[in-house]
Ligand binder design. Sequence first.
Ligand code: LLP
Length: 420
Amino acid sequence: MIENFHYNDNSLFLDSINLNDLAEQFGTPLIAISENRIKNNYNRIYNAFSRHFKNLRVNYALKANSNPAVISILRKAGCGADVANPNEAEIAMYSGISPENIMMTGNNLSLTDLKRAIEMRVNINLDDINQMNLIENDLPELLSFRINPGYGNGQFDGIKTAGPNSKFGMPVDYAIKAYKKAMEHGVKRFGIHMMAGSNNLDPEYFHKLSKIFFNDVKTINKETGINFDFIDIGGGFGVPYSNENELNVEKTAELINNSFHEIIGDLNPDAEIIIEPGRYLVADSGIALATVTDIKNYGRLIAGTDLGMNILIRPALYGAVHQIVCVNKHGDPEYKYDITGQICENTDFIGKNIDLPEISIGDILGIMNAGAYVSSMSSNYNSLSRAAEVLISDDGFHMIRRRETIHDMINNTIIPGHLL
Ligand code: LLP
C-alpha cells in the first residue's frame, strides 16, 4: 500500500480521511481519490523527464479517469491532455485545458469527428493515411501521425497497443507516404507519435522501445526532410498492482534520453518531447469501497458485495488482479475469499483467493488502484448505478460525482405512444 493509506486501529485512512466514515456518509459503491497523491505522481514523472528534456509536455491521458475534477488537478499542475475523440476533447476543455494543449489521438474516427476536432482547434494525431484522406482539403497547419513501431508490450495482451497484432497506427513505410502527402496538401509543421502498450514496469522496455521508435523517426526525417515540432512517445508507465517493484521513472527517462541523443537529437534539436501518462498519474490515488452483502461458505468462501464488474471490469476483461483489503478490520488475513458483485454473470468476480481477516455482512472492502480505468470503464449493466466519487483534498473531502439515479438511466429512452 502506498504511503497515503494507513490503518489507525481498525480503520483505513486515505490521507487524513477515515474511509469507513466516508462509506457511511456517501454509501457504497464509492471511489475515493487523493488529490495529494495525484500531485505527487505528477511531480515524480515531470521531474524525472524534465531533468533531461528541457522542452517537455505532459499530456494526461483522459481515458484513465475523465472526471473533470481529476483533470483539473492535473491541469493546475501543468498538464495538457491526450484525448481519444472529440467528446474527450470537450471534457478536457470543460476542465480548463486550452485546445493548443490538447492532442487528439483517435482510431477509426468519422469525418464528423475529424471536422469537430478541426473546429475545436485541438492538435490532431492521425492513426492512418485514410483518416487524412477524409479531411485532405481541410488539413490543419500542424499535423501528426501515429506510428506502429512493430514492437510493443503491455501487462495483458488486450493492452498491447503496437506490434504485429495491433490495430493502431501505421508502419514506418506507410507513414512516409502519409507525411509526403500531407506536405503536398500544404501542411507546414509536423509531429510524430507512438503508444505501444500499457502498464509496463521495466525501464529497459522503454529503452528498447524508444530505440526502435527513434530509428523510425530518423528514417522519416531522412526520407521527407521533416524536422519534427514534437515527438510524442505515448504513455504506458506502469504501477504495481500486487507485489511488483514500482517503475523507476528516473531511470526510464534517462534511458529514453540516451536513445534520443544517440539516434535523433541532432536531427530534431528543438522538438518538444511529449509523454502521455494515464495510469501512472491516477491509478494508486484511488480506492473503491464496497459493502459486503452476503457471505457463502459451501466449500469455499464467497463474499458478495455491492460492487461488481459493472464498476470494476478489469478482472473479467484482462484477468487483472487488484489488491483488496478490509477497510474496517485490520486483523491477520487468515481467510481466503472470492469477491463478487451483484451482476448476473459468472465473470462477475472482482478478486479470487483474496487473503482477508474474517469478514461479515456489513463490512467495507477497499479495492486498491481504483483511480485509473475503473470509473472510466464502468457501465450500467443490470441497470446498476456506477460508483459515486469523492475527492480527498487538504481541506477535507468533496463529492465529485453524484450517484446515478433510476432517472439518469431511463432519461434518454422513449416508450413509443402505441406501447403506452
Ligand atoms: N496515449 C494513448 C494514445 C493511449 O491509447 C493510452 C492508453 C495512453 C496514452 C495512456 O496509457 P497509460 O499511461 O495509462 O498506460 N483499459 C486498460 C488500459 C488501456 C490503455 C489504452 N491506451 C486497463 O485497464 O489496463
